[in-house]
Design a protein around this ligand. Structure first.
Ligand SMILES: Nc1ncnc2c1ncn2[C@@H]1O[C@H](COP(=O)(O)OP(=O)(O)OP(=O)(O)O)[C@@H](O)[C@H]1O
Ligand SMILES: [Mg+2]
Length: 321
């Protein structure tokens, strides 16, 4: 077995497509048995990062090791030791759940003597028992997701890459899916997961926030919340959509988002709260309360992206030769 301290080590990893930089010199490590969440808006570079780490795409610069193997020089060693549930995972619809897992077991070269026991353990673990002989196309989205996870881990990989593994799945099923991920991490499996669901990001040991190819934050979920730039104000008012559109024009407002009946506003300073109340009252919008609240991960994420956008817009125009 290859010796390694961290399941993943990434240094200055970079990917360009022509003149466009999709992944821009990122650095991070994933210690063994930890769950690392990679967050970021569409097009941030998450899937591209995963594809390089899975040995499926060559970086243009920088380096990365997975389970101690260099992804550029030893991609085959990486591929056979990892589990990868891609954003568009493929299951064979005409096969039953059992046959799908068995098929992947054969592809990954699980020895015949271990195959039946492994498949039956995965059926049990993923809660598919009773459905294992149903054709895959009759299973609901959540069951298909669990089946895809079972297929991805049939060879007991010590490192698992999950690219939006729970997209489009209901909250209860997502919670159950994450219970499975925790079980695996408890057994020493290291995990890199991308997600757009902030409740899932809160389950990760460390989060990397990606924006336009760069890692703009790298810390535990709690630390990321504490480091929110500015203060977060929750405004409970009538017509929150209209209020949000109006408030985002104010110079004091750094970022804004609507959460049901409430508007979350980040300000540089709590003293600026009065200006918010005044602006709403001038617009004839009834305000029920304005208070400073603890930020959620989603608030921190929105504030960081807004901050980065405003920094970028203040940069002098770059000239490409
Ligand atoms: N093969 C490719 N050729 C050219 N551009 C690409 C290629 N693959 C990705 N890109 C571009 O690189 C950027 C990053 O894409 P990527 O798929 O990594 O983003 P992502 O963070 O996974 O987004 P999403 O949340 O939508 O899945 C995007 O602008 C995308 O259009
Ligand atoms: Mg993606």
């Amino acid at each position: 077995m290859n010796d390694f301290d961290n399941a993943v080590e990434v240094h200055n990893l970079t990917k360009r497509f022509g003149g466009f930089t999709a992944v821009d010199g990122i650095d991070f490590v994933i210690p063994r048995g930890e769950i690392f969440g990679l967050l970021g808006p569409n097009g941030a570079g998450k899937t591209t990062t995963i594809r390089m780490l899975c040995g499926l795409m060559l970086p243009n610069a920088g380096s990365a090791t997975v389970l101690g193997f260099d992804v550029t020089r030893r991609p085959e060693e990486v591929k056979k030791r990892i589990g990868y549930m891609s954003q568009k995972f493929s299951l064979y619809n005409d096969l039953t759940a059992l046959e799908n897992i068995d098929f992947y077991a054969a592809i990954y070269g699980v020895p015949d003597t271990e195959r039946a026991a492994r498949v039956s353990r995965l059926i049990e673990m993923s809660g598919l028992k009773g459905f294992e002989r149903e054709p895959t196309h009759t299973l609901s989205g959540a069951w298909r997701q669990r089946l895809a996870l079972a297929c991805a881990i049939v060879h007991n990989p010590p490192m698992l890459f999950l690219d939006e593994a729970t997209a489009g799945v209901d909250p209860v099923s997502r919670r159950e899916f994450w219970d499975l991920i925790y079980t695996l991490a408890g057994e020493g499996v290291s995990v890199l997961a991308t997600t757009h669901y902030m409740d899932e990001a809160d389950y990760c040991n460390v989060i990397g926030m990606m924006y336009q190819g760069e890692l703009i934050a790298l810390a535990s979920p709690d630390k990321i919340k504490q480091e929110l730039p500015g203060v977060l104000i929750q405004v409970d008012c009538d017509r929150p959509g209209e209020a949000s559109e109006m408030l985002q024009e104010l110079a004091e407002v750094r970022s804004i988002s609507v959460h049901g009946a409430q508007v979350h506003v980040t300000l540089k300073d709590a003293k600026e709260m009065r200006k918010i109340e005044k602006a709403l009252s001038l617009a004839d919008i009834d305000v029920h309360s304005v208070e400073s609240v603890e930020p959620s991960l989603e608030d921190a994420f929105i504030a960081m992206v807004a901050q980065r956008r405003s920094q970028n817009s203040q940069l002098p125009e770059q000239h490409v030769n």
